[in-house]
Structures are given as structure tokens and as C-alpha cells.
Design a protein around this ligand. Structure first.
Ligand SMILES: [Mn+2]
Length: 405
């Protein structure tokens, strides 16, 4: 049986607006704004260089339901390039770019195969003669709460069967799951050779054999999407699978933690943080967030310089110059118990309550907002992690109200 080689990517979010970054130097802002496209162009170049048999894109090609014309046109350029190089592309749409959303009907070249909203099977015979069947569906609405996995056929006749699915791994009884939930064992039962997942932006291999894979997004879109981003080059043969991660990101979002214990003067702190940023290990230009610990010892005027943004500004003066660039986009104190203890009893009480809040209580507290008839369709339900981030941010805002983001 001939082996096959393909690229699996997902969550391109091509027209991500990168809101809130206008304070970056114009050159960096232009680069980050263009970064999702630049990453996809790198991916296509690599696919052509590797002469892969095909590409799989597991949803969220666009960020917004009314995809920008610019994003569509640039995607089409890349698809045409793949057409010229005889590389077929298999696409499902996800919750961000569901089929019902507004879009221009651009004529796609013949090598682009988009799955419709009913689970369907497409067949490909590679140049070397391997028969591949791909099965999946595209979102036709923003939320798909149903478990769609039962619609995926079993026992397909082919050398290789690949499942495409945009959704989240969730337990059978999860009430809050909005994105075509599935369990790993449900996927395994299908006896496919590879599961090309999308939706979760953090790269992860849920199962080694057969590989069940979230490749993550191809470029981090905000400070929480840290580290390298890219796609997988997948090789399957009769018995084995080989996955190679290919970084495609234009820029990396990074985090550096710095303790300020024992430091007092502004100049020392400045140097200390500058050095920590310079030591951040990276080959690629990056946008850094500095978390500062142990700030209790700082004098009020130094603390004020941290909170009003003076320290950040001073650090930014020359940080766009490096090679690679290590641009510090924010400095954030890490809340400590001593900081909480120093607050008056009411604030302390609020903070303690917040800290103990679990995701369920958080959702209850926000129910009025999340379920508001005019709003709910624009809001993604908050997962465990997002809820704890939100709580964390609330704690930080209460503790350090003047902090500059
Ligand atoms: Mn996504």
C-alpha cells in the first residue's frame, strides 16, 4: 500500500483584526496584522516544497462570519497556487466561518473541496495510487450542540480514511458544549487512520495511534496564544504514522516572569526586566508580556511608574530594535496574598469570593449577559479556562486599578 503525506492545519482565522494593538510601533503593527496571511503563505510554500498529496483545513479559515473581501481574495490566491501545483485541499468550515455567514461567492479552483453541512465522504486517489476517503461536515450555524459523530460512516473501503471534525472533546453529559462535542473513544471506534481536528487553538495530540490531532492555530492571535504555532506534516503508511510539527508563525506571543524582590530603584528594575526580556529564548520576533512578582517592597513612586506605564514606555523605547525583536507589550503584577491582605475588609471579601468562584458559579453570575436575546449569538460560551482567566483579570483589576495593559 502506497504511503500518503499531507498537511493538516486548522483555525487560520485569516482576517483576525488584532484589535487593541494600535499602540505597537507602526511597522510591528503592520506585521502582526498581516501575520495570519503570512503564516498561511508559509504553509502553502512548504506544502509545495514537500509535494504533499493534499492539505486538510479543519475549520475557522476566517475569523468573522462576514469574511472580509481582502481575506477571501488572499486565500483564493493561495488556493490558485496550490491548484497550479496540483495539490488538492479539503476544507470544513467551523463556528467562526460557518456556511450561513455572509460571503462573496468567489469561484474556487477545482482542487478545493468544501464539505457541506451534512456529513459526507470525498474520495481522492493520490498520484501514486493510494485511495483516500475523507469524511466530515461544515458548520451551517454558529453553534452546533449536537454530537455529530454518529453520522461519520464506519467501514469505508479505502487504503486510508481520514475524519475531519471541528469541535471540542467533551464528556457525554456536558451541558455547555456548543461545538459538536465528541469523546476520544467515539473517534477510535470508527477505525479511521487519522482524525484531523480543529477548534482548539492549543496544539495537542489527543491519541497517538490512530493520531487524533488538534494542530492549533497557525499564528497566535493574542497574548494568551503563546509559543510556536503551525501545522502538522503527516505521513501515513500501512502500519505507522509520523507527525512533524512545522512552525509557521510570523511572530510569537511570549511571557516572562520576573521577581522584583530585593530591588528598589527604578534604574535597577528597568535593567533587570530588560535583561530578562533579552534572555527570552526565541529565533523569531516576539511580543512579550512581563509578569512581575514580589512588588511589595517597591517604594510608592516606583510602583506608580509601573502602574502608570512609565516603566513600560521606557522599556519599549529600544525594544523594537533587537534581532530578533522582543517587544514588551505589557507589564503585569502577579497578585500576591500580601497585596490582598492589605485591602480593606470589603474588598478582601470580594477578592476571596472571586478566588473561590468555580466555572459554574461564574456562568451563573454572567447568565443575564450570556443569555441576553440580543447578545447571545455574538458571545461564545465560556469554558473552564476562559472563566478562570476572567476571574483572574477581575482580581487584578481590583488590586491594580491603574495598571496599563
Ligand atoms: Mn478557531
Amino acid at each position: 500500500m502506497e504511503k500518503i503525506r499531507f498537511i493538516h492545519c486548522a483555525d487560520l482565522h485569516l482576517d483576525s483584526p488584532f484589535r487593541g494593538l494600535q499602540h505597537l510601533p507602526p511597522e510591528l503593527f503592520a506585521r502582526i496584522q498581516n501575520s495570519t496571511f503570512a503564516s498561511f503563505e508559509k504553509l502553502v510554500k512548504r506544502a509545495i516544497h514537500e509535494q504533499v498529496d493534499f492539505i486538510v483545513i479543519s475549520g475557522d479559515l476566517f475569523d468573522e462570519e462576514d469574511r472580509s473581501i481582502r481575506a477571501q481574495a488572499r486565500l483564493l490566491n493561495q488556493f490558485n497556487l496550490l491548484y497550479k501545483n496540483e495539490i488538492p485541499v479539503y476544507v470544513i468550515h467551523g463556528n467562526h466561518d460557518y456556511l450561513g455567514g455572509f460571503r462573496l461567492k468567489l469561484d474556487m479552483p477545482d482542487n478545493i473541496h468544501v464539505f457541506n453541512n451534512k456529513t459526507e465522504v470525498k474520495e481522492l486517489i493520490t498520484k501514486k495510487g493510494a485511495v483516500v476517503k475523507l469524511t466530515g461536515f461544515s458548520y451551517d450555524t454558529r453553534h452546533i450542540r449536537d454530537r455529530r459523530i454518529s453520522e461519520y460512516p464506519k467501514q469505508l473501503e479505502a487504503d486510508y480514511v481520514i475524519g475531519l471534525l471541528h469541535g471540542s472533546e467533551g464528556s457525554l453529559h456536558s451541558e455547555h458544549e456548543n461545538y459538536a462535542p465528541f469523546s476520544i473513544s467515539e473517534l477510535k471506534e470508527k477505525n479511521y487512520h487519522y482524525w484531523a481536528l480543529g477548534h482548539i487553538h492549543q496544539r495537542q495530540v489527543l491519541n497517538p495511534a490512530p493520531p487524533i490531532v488538534y494542530p492549533g492555530n497557525i499564528q497566535g492571535r493574542h497574548r494568551k496564544e503563546t509559543g510556536e504555532k503551525g501545522c502538522y506534516l503527516v505521513e501515513l503508511d500501512k502500519h505507522d504514522s509520523f507527525l512533524t510539527f512545522i512552525p509557521t508563525q510570523e511572530m510569537i506571543w511570549g511571557e516572562v516572569e520576573v521577581s522584583l524582590a530585593g530591588f528598589e530603584r527604578f534604574g535597577e528594575i528597568y535593567q533587570h526586566i530588560k535583561r530578562a526580556a533579552e534572555e527570552y529564548e526565541t529565533q523569531v520576533d516576539c511580543l512579550l508580556q512581563i509578569h512581575i512578582r514580589d512588588v511589595n517592597g517597591l517604594s510608592p513612586d516606583v510602583l506608580a511608574a509601573v502602574e502608570n506605564g512609565d516603566l513600560l514606555q521606557a522599556l519599549q523605547e529600544d525594544s523594537a530594535e533587537g534581532e530578533p525583536v522582543r517587544w514588551i507589550h505589557s507589564i503585569k503584577p502577579v497578585p500576591s496574598e500580601t497585596d490582598i491582605d492589605s485591602k480593606d475588609p470589603f474588598i478582601k471579601d470580594v477578592l476571596q469570593t472571586l478566588k473561590k468562584m468555580d466555572a459554574e458559579e461564574g456562568r451563573e453570575a454572567l447568565a443575564e449577559l450570556i443569555e441576553h436575546p440580543g447578545l447571545y449569538r455574538f458571545l461564545d460560551p465560556l469554558g473552564e479556562e476562559e472563566m478562570s482567566d476572567l476571574v483572574q483579570e477581575a482580581v487584578e483589576l481590583i488590586l491594580y486599578p491603574k495598571r496599563v495593559q
